[in-house]
Design a binder for this molecule. Structure first.
Ligand code: FES
Ligand SMILES: [Fe+2]
Length: 434
């Protein structure tokens, strides 16, 4: 039996530039919530829902961001529109949650709008002389579609979604994300700032400290980090041990840890779970690696549905962040999304979504509803629970009177520094950044 020994290692990419600092006020101050509501959220393209969540005419989904609410709606012609959720009479919100409507009728005095946003009814219109019909069209946000996601932008003008997203769509085209369907969508409130929640998943530097049990199935040292303009990504190699072990790990252990990792994310049904557990116990053939096993498992099944995806990408996890907060791990056929956005005006809490989308790969995937998790004992899986347990402590620690700035690794945490810089740019331009 070889020894598990962690020794100092390095990566030539590390430390090319000085470490960076980010002011903690961005995470804890109500003033920054106000600045983001004014200069960031209305001007950035944001993911509101999946198109599959509103398939039929009249289906609507309420998307809330900060103090704003939009009704994402499927029109009779099949288009998707995003209406500001406010009655033009005295402002009452027209709908809540999600569902299907023939029109949007205000609960207060009954003014009503079609699914296209045309006014249909004003009670006692004779009492409103001079009211202009044009002025009664329900105001809309901009809508764009990419990868099956519905994006919205609350303000008029550029950039268009097509100008905003590059280079992400080109990178991810071979995955055919638009064909993915929701496997689960779990939302909850976490007591930390939305940026702190996202940033807990934008580096693998925390693996040794937070998730030591996965180190034998994931190389945290060789991770590639890239800022892509306002967006960013990291590329992680799975099914190999951390380089910190310097090769001192038995391949059979890599297999067991890698399979435990797959199971922990709740991606397997009962039959798949049994098969994977069996596989973890089956001795590898002479010279066979975990990567061989994983490649065989996914490539044959999935490559017909994503023929342009290179075979080496079947063994990597691409974690992308589309600015400001659409962040996900992408593997062939599976997208694990980890999104966070502000919870009202509270800097110390966020709405967090943990989602799984999968390619149906020729199978039926039943339509799944979102769940809102309030149970503090909900089983998120071991890795996720480890991350979440850090988050409240991060937020509380950032309030320490002694804590003025964070200190970020020049390479491994460059994505975090990038977000702060891009948000600064939004602040400077009053939202005109692209
Ligand atoms: S506020 Fe909507 S009809 Fe009066
Ligand atoms: Fe983590």
């Amino acid at each position: 039996m070889k020894q598990d020994k962690l020794e100092p290692v390095t990566n030539p990419e590390w430390g090319q530039t000085p470490y960076q600092q980010v002011d903690v006020a961005r995470y804890v101050s109500p003033e920054h919530v106000r600045l983001e509501c004014e200069h960031l959220w209305p001007h950035a393209w944001q993911m509101a829902c999946r198109a599959e969540e509103i398939p039929e005419p009249g289906d609507y989904f309420e998307f809330e961001i900060g103090d704003q609410s939009l009704l994402i709606t499927r029109t009779p012609a099949g288009a998707i529109k995003a209406f500001f959720n406010a009655c033009l009479h005295r402002g009452t919100q027209l709908a809540k949650g999600c569902g299907n409507k023939v029109n949007f009728t205000c609960p207060f005095h009954g003014w009503s709008w079609s699914l296209d946003g045309e006014n249909r009814h004003v009670l006692d219109i004779a009492d409103f002389p001079g009211l202009d019909e044009e002025d009664l069209r329900l105001p809309q946000a901009q809508v764009g579609l990419w990868g099956g996601f519905v994006f919205v932008k609350l303000t008029e003008g550029g950039p268009s979604l097509e100008e905003y997203l590059p280079p992400v769509p080109e990178h991810l085209a071979p995955y055919n994300i638009d064909e993915f369907r929701i496997r689960f969508w779990r939302s909850t409130v976490i007591k930390c700032n939305w940026k702190a929640a996202l940033e807990a998943f934008e580096e693998t530097y925390h693996t040794l400290g937070t998730h030591p049990q996965i180190m034998k199935g994931m190389d945290d040292i060789g991770v590639v980090y890239e800022n892509l303009g306002i967006h960013s990504r990291m590329i992680v190699t799975n099914a190999v041990p951390s380089a910190r072990y310097r090769g001192n790990v038995e391949e059979q252990e890599v297999l067991a840890v890698s399979i435990a990792g797959l199971l922990d994310f709740g991606l397997a049904d009962e039959a798949e779970r049994a098969a994977l557990e069996e596989m973890a116990k089956t001795p590898l053939a002479e010279g066979q690696t975990t990567r061989d096993v994983f490649r065989a498992m996914s490539y044959d099944r999935l490559s017909p549905f994503m023929p342009k995806l290179p075979v080496d990408q079947f063994l990597k996890v691409y974690h992308y962040t589309i600015f400001p907060n659409l962040a996900f791990n992408l593997m062939p056929g599976t997208l694990l999304g980890l999104f966070a956005r502000p919870n009202g005006a509270d800097p110390d809490s966020c709405i967090f979504d943990a989602i799984c989308l999968q390619h149906p790969a020729g199978q039926d995937m039943p339509r799944v509803e979102r769940e809102f998790i309030t149970d503090p004992d909900f089983d998120w899986g071991v890795v996720m629970a480890q991350d979440v347990s850090n988050l409240e402590r991060i937020q509380k620690g950032m309030h320490a009177r002694s804590m003025k700035t964070t200190r970020l690794a020049s390479y491994q945490e460059k994505r975090i520094a990038n977000r702060a810089q891009v948000i600064d740019e939004y602040y400077r331009r009053g939202g005109e950044s692209s």
